[in-house]
Ligand binder design. Structure first.
Ligand code: ASN
Length: 306
C-alpha cells in the first residue's frame, strides 16, 4: 500500500505525465496535419486480434453474446476504411492482454495498455514507414524543445533521429545474432530502427510469389528499450485470409461476418501499425519498466490495487 501511495505522489510521475502530454499532443498534431482522422476506440467485440503469442482469455458475456476485450483494433481499422471518404485513420486504443506471469520482469509488458493504432488505405509498407519516421522525429523534437526540465530531472539526453530510420531484414539479423536478434540489436543501436519480415498473425500480408516472406515490420527503440510498433501490409482477399487462419489452426466461427466482408470484397487494401504509448514514454523518460510510466500499474501476475 505504502509503495503505491509513494508512486502516485511522486515527482517522477508528474514529470512522466508532462513528457507524455507533450508527446501525445505532438502525435495528434502530426496526425491532424497529415489528414489522418481520429476515431474513437471500442473495447468489446465478438472478434479481436488473435495475437501471435498466448495470453489468458478476456471475454465477457453480455445478453447471451460472448464479447472479447480488444487486444488490438486490427480488424476494426480495416472495416473503418471500407468508408470511401476515409483513407487514413487512427485510434488511441486501450488494449487488454492478460499476459503470462513470465513477462512480469520484461520491463515492456502490462496487461492493459494503450496503442496508437493507425491504418492507411492504398499505401505501401514504405509509405507507412516513411510516415512513422517523420512522426517519431517530430515527437522527439517536440519533447526536447518543450520538456528540457523534465528530461534533465530524468538525466535523459535525447536527440532527434536522422530519417529515414535504418531498415533491417529479420533474416539478415537472425543469421548474424541468432534468435535473440531484436534485443541484441536494440542494445547496440543509438536511434530507433526497423526490422522487416516476421511470420506472425494471419492478417499481415505474405508475398504471393515468395511464400514465407511477410510484408510487415517492427519499429524498435534503441538502447535496449525494445519493440515500439508492429504492423504491416494486410491480407484483404477472402481466400488468403481463410488459408492463413486455417494454417494457424484458428476457429473461423467468430469471424463469420468479417469473412463475409472479405468475400464480398468490401475490405480494402491497407497498411498500418500500432505504437505502444507506455513503451514510447518509457524510452523518452529512460525508465526501467513500463509500470513506472503509468499511474495505475498493471504488471502481469501482480495484484492490481487501484
Ligand atoms: N496494432 C498492430 C497492427 O496494426 C497489431 C497489434 O498490436 N498486435 O499491426
Amino acid at each position: 500500500m505504502q509503495e503505491i501511495i509513494s508512486h502516485i505522489k511522486s515527482e517522477r510521475l508528474a514529470r512522466v505525465l508532462s513528457i507524455q502530454s507533450t508527446a501525445l499532443k505532438a502525435i495528434h498534431d502530426f496526425m491532424y496535419e497529415n489528414k489522418v482522422l481520429q476515431a474513437m476506440p471500442i473495447i468489446l467485440s465478438p472478434i479481436t486480434d488473435p495475437l501471435s503469442h498466448s495470453v489468458y482469455d478476456a471475454t465477457v458475456e453480455y445478453c447471451g453474446q460472448r464479447l472479447k476485450l480488444t487486444k488490438s483494433m486490427l480488424m476494426h481499422k480495416q472495416i473503418t476504411l471500407m468508408n470511401g471518404g476515409i483513407d487514413k485513420v487512427y485510434f488511441m486504443s486501450p488494449n487488454v492482454r492478460l499476459e503470462m506471469q513470465e513477462t512480469k520482469n520484461s520491463g515492456r509488458h502490462l496487461i492493459e495498455f494503450t496503442q496508437v493504432d493507425i491504418e492507411f488505405k492504398g499505401a505501401s509498407k514504405h509509405d507507412f514507414m516513411d510516415f512513422i519516421d517523420r512522426m517519431i522525429a517530430y515527437v522527439i523534437k517536440e519533447v526536447i524543445k518543450k520538456c528540457s526540465d523534465d528530461l534533465a530531472y530524468f538525466g535523459r539526453t535525447l536527440s532527434v533521429p536522422k530519417i529515414p530510420l535504418k531498415r533491417y531484414e529479420s533474416k539478415e539479423l537472425k543469421d548474424k545474432y541468432g534468435k535473440d536478434f531484436e534485443r541484441i540489436v536494440s542494445m547496440r543501436e543509438k536511434e530507433p530502427f526497423w526490422i522487416l519480415d516476421h511470420c506472425r498473425e494471419f492478417y499481415d500480408r505474405e508475398d504471393k510469389e515468395k511464400r514465407g516472406y511477410y510484408h510487415n515490420y517492427d519499429l524498435v527503440w534503441p538502447e535496449g528499450y525494445g519493440e515500439a510498433l508492429s504492423g504491416g501490409e494486410r491480407e484483404y482477399e477472402h481466400d488468403d485470409i481463410v488459408r492463413k487462419m486455417v494454417e494457424r489452426n484458428m476457429d473461423l466461427t467468430p469471424y463469420k461476418e468479417y469473412l463475409i466482408l472479405a468475400k464480398e470484397k468490401h475490405i480494402p487494401r491497407t497498411v498500418g501499425g500500432g505504437l505502444g504509448i507506455e513503451r514510447m514514454i518509457r524510452y523518452l523518460t529512460g525508465q526501467k519498466h513500463v509500470k513506472d510510466v503509468t499511474i495505475f500499474p498493471r504488471v502481469p501476475g501482480e495484484k492490481i490495487i487501484f
